[in-house]
Design a protein around this ligand. Sequence first.
Ligand code: FES
Length: 127
Amino acid sequence: MGTEVRVGSLSDLLDGELTGVEVNGHRLIVARQGDEVHVARNRCPHLGFSLTRGPGGLRYGDGVVQCPWHNSRFDVFTGENLDWVTGFAGRSVPSWSRSVIALGRRPRGLDTLSATVRDGDVYVTIE
Ligand code: FES
């Protein structure tokens, strides 16, 4: 059983955009799609780096975030991993070197959290 925490106002989030927030010491990403929000931990499952800050910059569109470090891509709505370690800082690298960069880590999805909007405010349940 998790704890429900207020993230902020829905109106503070741009529709169709991804925003990095910190709530009670937890770094999260919040994707707004109309009146819905999807939340995951702001932690790439590859090496645990930020999904919103890094050498490739924030890359997000149509519900998909690309890690700014080694280009892994994730569906923020479901957490599903779409691509795993394809390069560095937004640039592709040859396939033979990808396994070196992956450092033996196997593809994994995002750690998603349950989120809801009530009376114009966004809440997330943190386990
Ligand atoms: S830290 Fe995200 S793909 Fe490597």
